[in-house]
Write a protein that binds this ligand. Structure first.
Ligand SMILES: [Zn+2]
Ligand SMILES: [Zn+2]
Length: 96
């Protein structure tokens, strides 16, 4: 009977440890999800997805992939991307 009795403090510590592990896993999952989505923000703060289908500004070829990747036909790189919400330019660089 005595072995079934648990100190309330040990329960509290267990809760903190399990909670910390859950937070850690959740945080790592969020970081991975952000990398997969790869979103930038325009000057007004609208999210601008950087992975999708694009038209090359120079040769007008449709491209699939990351917005800042080199065009496979004319090898140009876009200097900026228009925000899909307000049209303001999102400059290349910074995080890549
Ligand atoms: Zn091109
Ligand atoms: Zn915008």
């Amino acid at each position: 009977m005595a072995s079934r009795h648990r100190h309330p403090l040990s329960l509290l510590i267990e809760t903190i440890v399990i909670g910390g592990q859950t937070l850690w896993l959740f945080g790592r999952w969020i970081i991975r999800a952000q990398r997969a989505a790869d979103v930038d923000f325009c000057p007004r703060g609208h999210p601008v997805p950087l992975v999708g289908v694009w038209v090359c500004a120079l040769c007008r070829a449709p491209l699939e992939g990351h917005a800042w990747d080199e065009c496979r036909y004319c090898h140009s790189r876009p200097a900026w991307l228009p925000c899909p919400s307000c049209g303001l330019p999102v400059p290349r660089g910074g995080r890549r």
